[in-house]
Ligand binder design. Structure first.
Ligand code: NAD
Ligand code: UGA
Length: 458
């Protein structure tokens, strides 16, 4: 008999994760369902709803064979006994905990839907990122009816990063599966473990108690974001002292106890999860009366806002304290390279603040212009969207690098300089350009955490 798997939620996690499982476990039939019919239609088309390197090939190899996308959530629940749930868990925008706590309404709706439609026992797996102890609420909802059907809830958080999702799924640092420490819990855990063990070495599949698993996901994101905020605070100090943040990061990161990754100073971190998950952690700490712990983690988000504000102030002061009427080109709008995702992108903050200064903003990005238009639709301002960076830069007073797309490293900056208003400025929010070369061309160059290179007399 073919084994079957359902995933509820066809987003950045559900789609790629299930495509990888389908490709590695060809004897499983994998169905991904979503309440959003447009999203499902896109998954079933040639124009997938998300851009992710390698995803098109993976979908082409599996879709219609053992991977299916559908809007039939109820049928999916009836027909599958292994159910991954990867619905969105955004920050709450209303009521108690607004702006901090996770909004669990989509999550709870899914639990109730599973309960209403299940005709046999199920293993329900939390794939979404959730506050610790959510599994308890899930168990209580699922086991609220007296019948023969039982539910085992597992936690199996996802650690993929966008832009490298397929590589991360194929070769993860670890897979984490948390369960109840009961016979049933362990049995359910083994069922899931068998799936991953098809392609992931056993020593990289970690099993823990369910609360450790839920909490580890929040903590991993908090630690990653903390490293970025830490190096960003140092970038501010470097700008005052003529130290170079890249040199400092290299010297510090070569200590094997510290490690070299995630020490790139930038205009700030973005993405749908870092801020949301840290605030979720902060909310949990306050809930348990751990005010000092909450304050500590909240500063990681505070520093990220500070860094973005610092970037705007640096543009403003460098450009003679007025941006009004100036045309400024944002190179990149995605929150990082190799994705079209713009959720919480620092570029949104920068574009909004530039508009508040009455600058005219030209947005350029190879993959994210569609999302940029949606993000800025509600903001008053003069925004233009031009994919070709050479066209985008024409007539501008300044370029600001928002995303570390490789393509921006190799542009012909001489050609760009010729078509710009003078004096021309570059604000490199990702430190990816050859600053010395840009300076020699004629630009006034403002990197992050390095001395600026300007043609003005001090
Ligand atoms: P997403 O918004 O891209 O996708 C979530 C999908 O769930 C949406 O398509 C939505 O329509 C669907 N949905 C919501 N309620 C539903 C319901 N009741 N029934 C069926 N479908 C429903 O979100 P995402 O980026 O894939 O993130 C999902 C979860 O995974 C979040 O908890 C997030 O924190 C976590 N996560 C995300 C990433 C990432 O890189 N994006 C990485 C690791 C973990
Ligand atoms: C992050 C984590 O890396 C994943 O492990 C996790 O699964 C995911 O969040 C999630 O839970 O959603 P993601 O947000 O996709 O992944 O991308 P990252 O590579 O972590 O980058 C996040 C942000 O930090 C980006 O804006 C990036 O440009 C920025 N960043 C990253 C820096 O500014 N400096 C760095 O050194 C590294």
């Amino acid at each position: 008999m073919t084994k079957t798997i359902l995933c509820i939620g066809a987003g950045y996690v559900g789609g790629p994760t299930m495509a990888m499982i389908a490709s590695k476990c060809t004897d499983y039939r994998v169905t991904v369902v979503d309440i959003n019919p447009q999203r499902i239609a896109a998954w079933n088309s040639e124009d997938l709803p998300i851009y992710e390197p390698g995803l098109d090939d993976l979908i082409r190899a599996t879709r219609g064979k053992n991977l299916f996308f559908s809007t039939d959530v109820e049928g999916g629940i009836r027909d599958n006994d292994i159910i991954f749930v990867s619905v969105n868990t955004p920050t709450k925008t209303f009521g108690a905990g607004a702006g901090m706590a996770a909004d669990l309404q989509y999550w709870e709706k899914t639990a109730r839907q599973i309960l209403e439609n299940a005709q046999s026992s199920k293993i329900v797996i939390e794939k979404s990122t959730l506050p610790v102890k959510t599994a308890l609420a899930m168990e209580r909802i699922l086991n609220s009816q007296a019948n023969d059907i039982s539910f085992d809830v597992l936690s199996n958080p996802e650690f993929l990063a966008e832009g490298s999702a397929i590589r991360d799924l194929e070769n993860p640092d670890r897979v984490l599966i948390g369960s109840r420490e009961t016979d049933r819990g362990r049995q359910a855990r083994n069922t899931i473990l068998e799936i991953y063990a098809r392609w992931i070495p056993r020593e990289r599949i970690l099993t823990t108690n369910i609360w450790s698993s839920e909490l580890s996901k929040l903590v991993a994101n908090a630690f990653l974001a903390q490293r970025i905020s830490s190096i960003n605070t140092i970038s501010a100090l470097c700008e005052k002292t003529e130290a170079d943040v890249a040199e400092v990061a290299r010297a510090v990161g070569m200590d094997s106890r510290i490690g070299a990754k995630f020490l790139n100073a930038s205009v700030g971190f973005g993405g749908s999860c870092f801020k949301k998950d840290i605030l979720n952690l902060v909310y949990l700490c306050r809930f348990y009366g751990l005010e000092e712990v909450a304050d500590y983690w909240e500063r990681v988000v505070g520093i990220n806002v500070y860094q973005q504000e610092r970037f705007i102030m640096s543009m403003l002061t460098a450009m003679f304290n007025t941006l009004a009427g100036k045309r400024i080109c944002l190179l990149g709008f995605a929150f990082k390279a190799n994705t079209g995702d713009t959720r919480e992108s620092p570029a949104i903050f920068i574009a909004r603040r530039l508009a508040e200064e009455h600058a005219e903003v030209v947005i350029s990005d190879p993959k994210a212009l569609g999302n940029a238009r949606l993000d800025l639709a509600k903001i008053d301002g003069a925004f233009h969207y031009i994919e070709d960076p050479y066209e985008a830069a024409k007539g501008c007073h300044a370029l600001a690098v928002m995303t570390e797309w490789d393509l921006y490293r190799t542009l012909d900056y001489e050609k760009i300089y010729e078509k710009m208003d003078k004096p021309a400025f570059i604000f490199d929010g990702r430190n990816i350009l050859d600053h010395k070369r840009c300076f020699e061309i004629g630009f006034n160059v403002y990197p992050i955490g390095k001395p600026p290179l300007t043609h003005f007399e001090v």
